[in-house]
Design a protein. Sequence first.
Length: 370
Amino acid sequence: MSYKIIKKDLKTKARIGILETAHGTVKTPFFMPVVTKGIAKFITLNHLDEIKTQCFISNAYLLYLKPGEGLLKKTKGYHNFINWKKPIFTDSGGFQLKNKEFFISMTEKGVWFRSPYDGSKHFMSPERVMELQNIIGSDVGMVLDDMQDANLNRKDYEKAVENTISWAKRAIAVHKNKNQLIFGIVQGGTDRDLREKCAKEINKLPFDGIAIGGLALGESKENMHKAIDYSLENLDESKIKYLMGVGSPEDIILSISKGVDCFDSIYPTKMARHGHIFTRKGPINLKKAKYKVVFEPIERCCDCPTCKRHTLAYLHHLLRQDEPGVKILLSLHNIRFIHKLLEEAREEIEKGNFEEFSKNFLKEYKREKL
RNA sequence: GUGGCUAUGGUGUAGUGGUAGCACAAGAGUUUGUGGAACUCUUAGCACGGGUUCAAAUCCCGUUAGUCACC
């Protein structure tokens, strides 16, 4: 088994563990920034080292389009090409299914996508996606899943669950690379029975870890958390659980207490680019005029490069000038905020104090008021 | 000093006698397996004083301010 649980919290379902990969270990629970094109938006790999990123996620479909499998074969993988020594996850491209710009059509065999670069057509099957992820050489590959957007008809989710299960079996059948872990994905919208069915089927397969997908897409928070519960209830406790696409601080803390070990999301960086930054007292909109003359860091307790050097007034000034560099500074803070939150969560689980920690965090972390 | 021109939200502007619009700015909100933004909502204006008219941002007179030209 590639995942070891080190300690379980007694009052919640939170746990700490170690994920072993071909490029070293990752302490769980952890958060992965999204590195779509070989770099995070406005954030370099040096930055990621600096803010103590353990692991990131890229997208196999987008890497297949550019730089393309030919180049990745020449460099003997993605790690060499970008010079990153630590673990890498790759998403399959299933997420692009819901994107009208990419999606062309779907059959039993797989999906036809359109390249956003030149409009060319490309076919992706569960088998082909695993092959691509092997060429990329990611440490963890995700299976191709059928992800449907939020608030659709039940039939759409039923079909998506059917496809997701059948594609998962096909991906497992062709997976031979022992240096690469493979994670299955649970779909099913927010309906209890569909989540339950999909989770049970995916759980039966010999995956190294299991992801919960298809959430944080516009459904209510209540329904999202219910869907997480419905999925987790039907998965083996011993397996590593990955909640895909969820990245707000409060959702992460709530999900850890349910037993989730792994997260990825564009939320922290997207928020940062638009001037919304995380603090322990809640997110703030730095564009607001009231920050014009606040000569203090975002947070004194934050150890990110931005907080160590700059004041809110300075960052507010850059933001109002539309200075691109401020996107770097704020993205660094938001990612580091999440990493540090998870570092503390791991320590508190270790100390057996996670329930109190999470309650205090959620009590303090409030939406901005007048 | 004389003459011309101009004056509309914070800024820039549209509006030839009939419900003052638009953009940006400002304020509130949304954003979760990346297209680097977008969207929703709110606030806010006819320089001042008089006149003509059923009705004036609009026409007339004066004041003030700005601007240009001339002396």
